[in-house]
Ligand binder design. Structure first.
Ligand SMILES: N[C@@H](CCC(=O)N[C@@H](CS)C(=O)NCC(=O)O)C(=O)O
Length: 287
Protein backbone atom coordinates (compact mmCIF):
# COMPACT_ATOMS: atom_id res chain seq x y z
CA UNK A 1 0.00 0.00 0.00
CA UNK A 2 2.65 2.45 1.16
CA UNK A 3 4.91 1.41 -1.72
CA UNK A 4 2.23 2.03 -4.34
CA UNK A 5 1.67 5.47 -2.82
CA UNK A 6 5.36 6.22 -3.26
CA UNK A 7 5.40 4.98 -6.88
CA UNK A 8 2.22 6.96 -7.67
CA UNK A 9 3.73 10.12 -6.21
CA UNK A 10 6.92 9.53 -8.23
CA UNK A 11 4.91 9.00 -11.43
CA UNK A 12 3.15 12.33 -10.92
CA UNK A 13 6.41 14.27 -10.61
CA UNK A 14 7.41 16.51 -13.55
CA UNK A 15 9.96 14.92 -15.92
CA UNK A 16 12.67 17.47 -15.05
CA UNK A 17 12.45 16.57 -11.35
CA UNK A 18 12.65 12.85 -12.17
CA UNK A 19 15.73 13.39 -14.34
CA UNK A 20 17.53 15.56 -11.76
CA UNK A 21 16.62 13.15 -8.93
CA UNK A 22 17.72 10.12 -10.96
CA UNK A 23 21.04 11.75 -11.87
CA UNK A 24 21.71 12.71 -8.26
CA UNK A 25 20.98 9.17 -6.99
CA UNK A 26 23.07 7.55 -9.73
CA UNK A 27 25.93 10.02 -9.20
CA UNK A 28 25.99 9.41 -5.44
CA UNK A 29 25.96 5.64 -6.07
CA UNK A 30 28.94 5.79 -8.46
CA UNK A 31 30.81 8.14 -6.12
CA UNK A 32 30.37 5.72 -3.20
CA UNK A 33 31.49 2.71 -5.29
CA UNK A 34 34.48 4.62 -6.63
CA UNK A 35 35.60 5.72 -3.17
CA UNK A 36 35.29 2.17 -1.80
CA UNK A 37 37.43 0.86 -4.66
CA UNK A 38 40.03 3.58 -4.05
CA UNK A 39 40.28 2.56 -0.39
CA UNK A 40 40.86 -1.10 -1.19
CA UNK A 41 43.65 -0.35 -3.63
CA UNK A 42 45.67 1.69 -1.15
CA UNK A 43 45.23 -0.56 1.86
CA UNK A 44 47.72 -3.08 0.52
CA UNK A 45 50.97 -1.34 1.46
CA UNK A 46 52.76 -2.27 4.68
CA UNK A 47 55.27 0.17 6.19
CA UNK A 48 58.08 -0.36 8.73
CA UNK A 49 57.25 0.55 12.37
CA UNK A 50 57.23 4.27 13.27
CA UNK A 51 56.76 5.39 9.65
CA UNK A 52 54.67 8.51 9.23
CA UNK A 53 52.33 7.87 6.30
CA UNK A 54 50.53 10.93 4.99
CA UNK A 55 47.40 9.98 3.06
CA UNK A 56 46.34 12.59 0.56
CA UNK A 57 45.27 13.17 -3.05
CA UNK A 58 47.98 12.77 -5.69
CA UNK A 59 50.73 15.18 -6.66
CA UNK A 60 50.45 18.16 -8.97
CA UNK A 61 49.73 19.71 -11.27
CA UNK A 62 51.77 22.89 -10.58
CA UNK A 63 51.98 22.26 -6.80
CA UNK A 64 52.91 19.19 -4.72
CA UNK A 65 49.23 18.99 -3.70
CA UNK A 66 46.06 20.82 -4.63
CA UNK A 67 45.19 20.50 -0.93
CA UNK A 68 46.74 23.33 1.07
CA UNK A 69 46.45 21.20 4.22
CA UNK A 70 48.60 18.46 2.70
CA UNK A 71 51.29 20.99 1.73
CA UNK A 72 51.16 22.38 5.28
CA UNK A 73 51.90 18.99 6.87
CA UNK A 74 54.63 18.04 4.42
CA UNK A 75 56.31 21.45 4.66
CA UNK A 76 56.32 21.27 8.45
CA UNK A 77 57.87 17.79 8.52
CA UNK A 78 60.50 19.03 6.07
CA UNK A 79 61.16 22.03 8.34
CA UNK A 80 61.72 19.64 11.27
CA UNK A 81 63.74 17.25 9.10
CA UNK A 82 61.42 14.34 9.91
CA UNK A 83 61.11 11.64 7.22
CA UNK A 84 57.68 10.58 6.01
CA UNK A 85 55.99 8.60 3.28
CA UNK A 86 53.07 9.76 1.19
CA UNK A 87 50.23 7.57 0.05
CA UNK A 88 48.33 9.06 -2.85
CA UNK A 89 44.71 8.23 -3.28
CA UNK A 90 42.24 10.59 -4.91
CA UNK A 91 39.34 9.92 -2.63
CA UNK A 92 40.44 7.94 0.33
CA UNK A 93 39.28 9.88 3.38
CA UNK A 94 39.85 9.74 7.12
CA UNK A 95 37.50 7.19 8.68
CA UNK A 96 36.91 9.60 11.54
CA UNK A 97 36.40 12.96 9.87
CA UNK A 98 35.90 12.11 6.19
CA UNK A 99 38.68 14.61 5.38
CA UNK A 100 42.14 14.58 3.89
CA UNK A 101 44.97 14.69 4.65
CA UNK A 102 45.25 12.27 7.53
CA UNK A 103 48.16 10.19 8.75
CA UNK A 104 48.72 6.60 9.75
CA UNK A 105 51.32 5.84 12.37
CA UNK A 106 51.82 2.28 13.58
CA UNK A 107 48.28 1.44 12.50
CA UNK A 108 46.77 4.48 14.23
CA UNK A 109 44.91 7.05 12.14
CA UNK A 110 45.07 10.73 13.05
CA UNK A 111 43.01 13.30 11.17
CA UNK A 112 43.11 17.11 11.02
CA UNK A 113 46.45 18.80 10.45
CA UNK A 114 46.48 20.46 13.88
CA UNK A 115 45.83 17.19 15.71
CA UNK A 116 48.35 15.48 13.43
CA UNK A 117 51.07 17.99 14.33
CA UNK A 118 50.32 17.76 18.05
CA UNK A 119 50.34 13.95 17.87
CA UNK A 120 53.65 13.91 15.99
CA UNK A 121 55.25 16.49 18.27
CA UNK A 122 54.79 14.00 21.14
CA UNK A 123 55.87 10.92 19.17
CA UNK A 124 58.90 12.54 17.55
CA UNK A 125 59.63 14.97 20.40
CA UNK A 126 59.70 18.37 18.78
CA UNK A 127 58.37 21.69 19.98
CA UNK A 128 55.80 23.10 17.57
CA UNK A 129 56.45 26.62 18.80
CA UNK A 130 60.22 26.52 19.27
CA UNK A 131 61.75 30.00 19.48
CA UNK A 132 58.40 31.82 19.40
CA UNK A 133 57.17 34.24 22.07
CA UNK A 134 53.63 33.91 23.46
CA UNK A 135 52.69 37.02 21.51
CA UNK A 136 54.00 35.53 18.25
CA UNK A 137 52.06 32.33 18.92
CA UNK A 138 48.90 34.41 19.37
CA UNK A 139 49.49 36.42 16.18
CA UNK A 140 50.49 33.29 14.26
CA UNK A 141 47.30 31.52 15.28
CA UNK A 142 45.19 34.48 14.19
CA UNK A 143 46.83 34.52 10.74
CA UNK A 144 46.65 30.77 10.39
CA UNK A 145 42.96 30.74 11.22
CA UNK A 146 42.32 33.63 8.82
CA UNK A 147 43.98 31.62 6.05
CA UNK A 148 42.45 28.24 6.89
CA UNK A 149 38.98 29.30 7.97
CA UNK A 150 38.34 32.30 5.74
CA UNK A 151 40.73 32.64 2.77
CA UNK A 152 40.51 28.87 2.22
CA UNK A 153 36.75 29.08 1.66
CA UNK A 154 37.22 31.86 -0.88
CA UNK A 155 39.55 29.64 -2.90
CA UNK A 156 37.40 26.54 -2.41
CA UNK A 157 34.30 28.37 -3.67
CA UNK A 158 36.16 29.70 -6.67
CA UNK A 159 37.69 26.35 -7.54
CA UNK A 160 34.72 24.09 -6.99
CA UNK A 161 31.61 26.15 -7.51
CA UNK A 162 32.22 29.01 -9.90
CA UNK A 163 32.42 28.57 -13.64
CA UNK A 164 35.93 27.11 -13.68
CA UNK A 165 35.01 24.30 -11.32
CA UNK A 166 35.52 21.46 -13.77
CA UNK A 167 39.18 22.39 -14.31
CA UNK A 168 40.07 21.34 -10.78
CA UNK A 169 38.20 18.05 -11.06
CA UNK A 170 39.98 17.31 -14.32
CA UNK A 171 43.32 18.17 -12.70
CA UNK A 172 42.67 15.80 -9.79
CA UNK A 173 41.50 13.08 -12.16
CA UNK A 174 37.87 12.84 -11.09
CA UNK A 175 35.95 10.89 -13.76
CA UNK A 176 33.81 13.17 -15.90
CA UNK A 177 30.52 11.49 -14.97
CA UNK A 178 31.05 12.55 -11.33
CA UNK A 179 31.80 16.22 -11.98
CA UNK A 180 28.20 17.37 -11.62
CA UNK A 181 27.56 15.39 -8.44
CA UNK A 182 30.76 16.61 -6.77
CA UNK A 183 30.09 20.19 -7.75
CA UNK A 184 26.58 19.97 -6.25
CA UNK A 185 28.02 18.59 -3.00
CA UNK A 186 30.56 21.41 -2.85
CA UNK A 187 27.90 24.00 -3.62
CA UNK A 188 25.86 22.81 -0.66
CA UNK A 189 28.91 22.82 1.59
CA UNK A 190 30.02 26.37 0.75
CA UNK A 191 26.43 27.60 1.04
CA UNK A 192 26.13 26.15 4.54
CA UNK A 193 29.53 27.60 5.50
CA UNK A 194 28.42 30.98 4.14
CA UNK A 195 31.02 31.88 1.51
CA UNK A 196 28.84 30.33 -1.20
CA UNK A 197 26.23 33.05 -0.65
CA UNK A 198 28.53 35.75 -2.04
CA UNK A 199 29.16 36.82 -5.63
CA UNK A 200 32.60 36.14 -7.16
CA UNK A 201 33.40 39.87 -6.87
CA UNK A 202 32.49 39.92 -3.17
CA UNK A 203 34.62 36.85 -2.55
CA UNK A 204 37.51 38.47 -4.35
CA UNK A 205 37.14 41.49 -2.05
CA UNK A 206 37.04 39.32 1.09
CA UNK A 207 40.13 37.47 -0.09
CA UNK A 208 41.98 40.70 -0.98
CA UNK A 209 41.46 42.01 2.53
CA UNK A 210 43.02 38.84 3.95
CA UNK A 211 46.05 39.05 1.67
CA UNK A 212 46.42 42.77 2.36
CA UNK A 213 46.63 42.05 6.11
CA UNK A 214 49.15 39.25 5.57
CA UNK A 215 51.25 41.27 3.15
CA UNK A 216 51.35 44.23 5.54
CA UNK A 217 52.41 42.04 8.45
CA UNK A 218 55.10 40.14 6.57
CA UNK A 219 56.39 43.38 5.00
CA UNK A 220 60.04 42.88 4.07
CA UNK A 221 60.59 40.01 6.52
CA UNK A 222 61.74 36.67 5.13
CA UNK A 223 59.09 34.69 6.97
CA UNK A 224 56.12 35.53 9.19
CA UNK A 225 58.30 36.32 12.21
CA UNK A 226 61.63 37.14 10.60
CA UNK A 227 64.60 34.99 9.69
CA UNK A 228 63.22 31.57 10.66
CA UNK A 229 60.13 29.87 9.27
CA UNK A 230 57.73 28.33 11.77
CA UNK A 231 54.60 26.14 11.87
CA UNK A 232 52.40 29.11 10.91
CA UNK A 233 54.43 29.74 7.75
CA UNK A 234 53.70 26.16 6.68
CA UNK A 235 49.94 26.71 6.99
CA UNK A 236 50.13 30.04 5.15
CA UNK A 237 52.37 28.59 2.43
CA UNK A 238 49.94 25.70 1.82
CA UNK A 239 47.28 28.10 0.59
CA UNK A 240 49.50 30.75 -1.01
CA UNK A 241 51.39 28.10 -3.00
CA UNK A 242 48.07 26.91 -4.37
CA UNK A 243 46.93 30.30 -5.60
CA UNK A 244 50.38 31.36 -6.76
CA UNK A 245 51.24 28.26 -8.77
CA UNK A 246 47.80 26.71 -9.40
CA UNK A 247 45.39 29.64 -9.84
CA UNK A 248 43.29 27.98 -12.60
CA UNK A 249 42.83 31.48 -14.11
CA UNK A 250 40.66 32.40 -11.12
CA UNK A 251 39.58 35.91 -10.23
CA UNK A 252 40.18 35.26 -6.53
CA UNK A 253 43.53 33.51 -6.88
CA UNK A 254 44.90 36.24 -9.15
CA UNK A 255 44.86 38.64 -6.17
CA UNK A 256 48.26 37.38 -5.03
CA UNK A 257 49.91 39.02 -8.06
CA UNK A 258 49.04 42.38 -6.46
CA UNK A 259 51.32 41.54 -3.52
CA UNK A 260 54.92 41.08 -4.72
CA UNK A 261 56.18 40.38 -1.20
CA UNK A 262 53.78 37.43 -0.92
CA UNK A 263 54.97 36.09 -4.27
CA UNK A 264 58.58 36.37 -3.06
CA UNK A 265 57.55 34.68 0.18
CA UNK A 266 56.21 31.72 -1.83
CA UNK A 267 59.45 31.46 -3.78
CA UNK A 268 61.46 31.62 -0.54
CA UNK A 269 59.42 28.87 1.16
CA UNK A 270 59.72 26.70 -1.93
CA UNK A 271 63.48 27.19 -2.07
CA UNK A 272 63.90 26.50 1.65
CA UNK A 273 61.78 23.36 1.94
CA UNK A 274 61.06 21.94 -1.50
CA UNK A 275 64.37 21.46 -3.34
CA UNK A 276 62.65 18.56 -5.11
CA UNK A 277 59.69 20.73 -6.21
CA UNK A 278 59.96 19.86 -9.92
CA UNK A 279 59.61 16.17 -9.20
CA UNK A 280 56.86 16.75 -6.63
CA UNK A 281 54.58 18.57 -9.05
CA UNK A 282 54.48 15.68 -11.51
CA UNK A 283 51.18 13.82 -11.55
CA UNK A 284 52.91 10.45 -11.71
CA UNK A 285 55.19 11.15 -8.74
CA UNK A 286 54.78 8.44 -6.12
CA UNK A 287 56.78 10.14 -3.35
N1 LIG B 1 40.80 21.27 9.51
C1 LIG B 1 41.19 20.25 8.57
C2 LIG B 1 40.72 20.63 7.18
C3 LIG B 1 41.00 19.57 6.14
C4 LIG B 1 40.14 19.78 4.89
O1 LIG B 1 39.20 20.57 4.88
N2 LIG B 1 40.47 19.06 3.83
C5 LIG B 1 39.72 19.15 2.61
C6 LIG B 1 40.64 19.03 1.41
S1 LIG B 1 41.72 20.42 1.28
C7 LIG B 1 38.75 18.00 2.54
O2 LIG B 1 38.99 16.92 3.02
N3 LIG B 1 37.62 18.25 1.88
C8 LIG B 1 36.66 17.23 1.57
C9 LIG B 1 35.42 17.38 2.33
O3 LIG B 1 35.28 18.30 3.13
O4 LIG B 1 34.55 16.52 2.13
C10 LIG B 1 42.70 20.05 8.65
O5 LIG B 1 43.40 20.94 9.13
O6 LIG B 1 43.17 18.97 8.26
Amino acid sequence: MALSKVTDTFAELPLSVKVIGGTAVAGTFFLTVWRRLSVRKSERKVYPPDTIVICQIGRGPHVPSLSNFAIKIETYLRLEGIPYQVEHNKFRRSKKTGKIPFIEYNGEEVSDTEFILEFLSKKKRFDLYRGLTSEQIAVGRAFQKMIEENSYWCVLTERWVHEKSYAIQKAIGVPRYLWGTLQRQMKKMVYVQGMGRHTPEEIRYIFSEDLKALSTYIGSKKFLFGEEACKFDCAIFGLLANIYWAPFDGLVSSVIKEYPNLCEYCERMKEAFWPDWEEMIQKDCTR
